[in-house]
Design a protein around this ligand. Structure first.
Ligand SMILES: Cc1cc2nc3c(=O)[nH]c(=O)nc-3n(C[C@H](O)[C@H](O)[C@H](O)COP(=O)(O)OP(=O)(O)OC[C@H]3O[C@@H](n4cnc5c(N)ncnc54)[C@H](O)[C@@H]3O)c2cc1C
Length: 489
């Protein structure tokens, strides 16, 4: 029986653990954080997972409650592999699909079915991914399921499966160094001053998003100022330890997943808020209004695509603006469509009966610039096209240098609201090169015997953007591989 040590306890670590146990290994998971903060970024997620599927029937085996009567009046559509692949390709900045992306697409449904076989179950994301249309719930954007009770629920269900199968987990126990014998990894040293030997070590320590120095080095000068949406513990430890052994870095280090967030949020995500409110100050309904920077200018096409395809890039777009902030502006027509977090008790916003009055309340914004931008925007809205948030409705502006391509409604009905936002980093894209068994490759191209990686630590999965819900699926696909590989090595 192989002894496997896993560093980390997020989605990727737990999937690796379940797969290693399934393949006959004895597994010890070491987590840097205490028990409450274990589970890494996984716990902060909405638990939404993107995968290729044929139709609504393909989703039934994955559901916690397949007999829910609402399902009969729901249009789940389909999400073919080709569409998943082209969605990823759309963010590659001209690069072809990587081997890792091809793997993610082709194994995505199977990964969900595998999780479901371990009693990890899912619910349709009615509140965020569907709109009512002619009495039916119509899903849009290819993202349909999330784990029950979001990321915490995913973590709980996976941890249950892991411990049920005999896996062991220790908290407050960071892996600080890899132990080697010749070129092979044979164990780890820990923050508890122990040396633990193993046949294989799987690094599932997340990315370097919570390390301000590494962010500055790799992503850019201003990124030390970004808010962090998730755990403070993902400081790139796994990456640094593997690099010391000559591991090959891989993927796009200059980019990251970053999202519009409440400007006044705390520096890291907050797990102490109730389920259903764990969006951690996220503000991604910009597609229903417009965003203005300090000059009062718009700076992105807020309606260029469904927000699943833009929210991970628009955080960086805000970070590029003067003083790294923007205001999202909405009128009363869309008040009911704004996601719940816009009305959380600690959401920051200003409100006014008239647009002119609202503009006077936009701290840090050039008022003349904002007035001119909003007036030009309202004049450019095409009122002949109907507004329909379930599709790319083509209700666009005409004649603006920077168009709003869909869902462009006049901002003209009070009361008006504006929300101050900044960029919050979710996770980093650069990582390590692994082979088909999840084994980390040395710079010389050879596998580093006994050393595996999964989750955010795998490079080459995302480059210049991200179709929402792909991170968790990637953790399952590459976690499962690493667990199987480590159990067999
Ligand atoms: C607010 C938020 C919302 C998100 N929503 C979604 C979503 O709905 N769908 C989606 O697909 N993705 C989402 N993501 C992205 C998703 O969280 C990640 O892709 C995924 O959780 C990464 O899993 P992981 O296991 O690689 O890392 P993590 O879950 O972050 O786990 C890494 C773990 O390693 C531990 N660790 C770090 N260093 C060490 C060390 N030296 N020794 C031991 N342990 C260590 C950390 O404490 C942590 O527990 C979201 C992220 C955030 C922050």
């Amino acid at each position: 029986m192989k002894n496997v040590i896993i560093a980390g306890s997020g989605n990727a670590a737990l999937c690796a653990g379940i797969a290693a146990l399934e393949n006959g290994a004895k597994v010890l998971m070491l987590e840097k954080a205490d028990q409450d903060m274990s589970g890494g970024n996984t716990k902060y997620t909405a638990g939404a997972m993107r995968f290729a599927y044929e139709n609504g029937s393909s989703l039934l085996p994955l559901l916690q409650n397949p007999d829910d009567p609402r399902i009969a009046t729901t249009d789940f559509g389909s999400y073919p592999r080709e569409k998943f692949a082209s969605d990823l390709l759309g963010f590659n900045g001209g690069r072809p699909l990587s081997v890792e992306q091809e793997t993610l697409v082709s194994e995505s449904y199977d990964a969900m079915a595998w999780l479901s076989s371990h009693d990890v179950k899912f619910d349709p994301i009615y509140a965020r991914q569907s709109f009512k249309k002619d009495g039916r719930d119509v899903f849009w954007g290819g993202l349909t399921l999330a784990s029950a009770n979001e990321g915490v629920g995913l973590f709980d269900q996976e941890l249950d499966a892991f411990t049920r199968m005999g896996g062991e987990i220790r908290y407050n126990c960071a892996v600080t160094e890899l132990v080697t014998d010749g070129d092979a990894v044979t164990g780890v040293k820990t923050s508890t001053r122990e040396t633990l030997m193993a046949d294989s070590v799987i690094l599932a320590c997340g990315g370097f998003e919570a390390n301000a120095d590494l962010r500055k080095t790799h992503i850019g000068d201003d990124w030390d100022k970004a808010k962090v949406r998730g755990t403070p513990h993902n400081t790139g430890d796994g990456l640094v330890m593997a690099q010391k052994l000559g591991a090959q870095t891989y993927g796009f280090f200059g980019g990251c997943h970053a999202t519009p967030m409440d400007l006044h949020m705390v520096d890291y995500g907050n797990l102490d808020i109730p389920a259903g409110e764990r969006k951690n100050y996220r503000k991604i309904c910009y597609f229903l209004g417009v965003m203005l920077n300090a000059k009062g200018d718009r700076f992105v096409d807020e309606g260029i695509n469904f927000r699943n395809y833009t929210y991970a890039q628009f955080g960086a777009a805000i970070m590029e603006q003067p003083e790294h902030f923007a205001w999202q502006i909405f009128d009363a027509k869309v008040a009911d469509l704004l996601y719940a977090e816009y009305n959380f008790h600690d959401a920051h916003y200003v409100e006014a009966e008239s647009l002119d009055e609202l503009i006077t309340k936009l701290d840090g914004v050039d008022q003349a610039g904002a007035t001119a931008t909003l007036s030009a925007y309202n004049d450019a809205v095409n009122d002949d096209v109907a507004f329909d948030p379930t599709v790319l409705d083509g209700k666009s502006t005409t004649g603006l240098a920077l168009a709003k391509s869909n869902w462009a409604q006049k901002i003209d009905q009070g009361p008006f609201r504006a929300y101050p936002v900044t960029g919050g980093i979710t996770f980093t894209y650069g990582g390590l090169k692994v082979n088909g068994q999840g084994c980390i490759l040395h710079e010389n191209g050879a596998p580093i015997s006994g050393l595996y990686a999964c989750g955010e630590m795998v490079g080459g999965v995302f480059f210049e953007g991200y179709p929402g819900g792909s991170g968790l699926t990637s953790g399952v696909v590459f976690g499962r591989r690493a667990g199987k590989g480590a159990a067999g090595s």
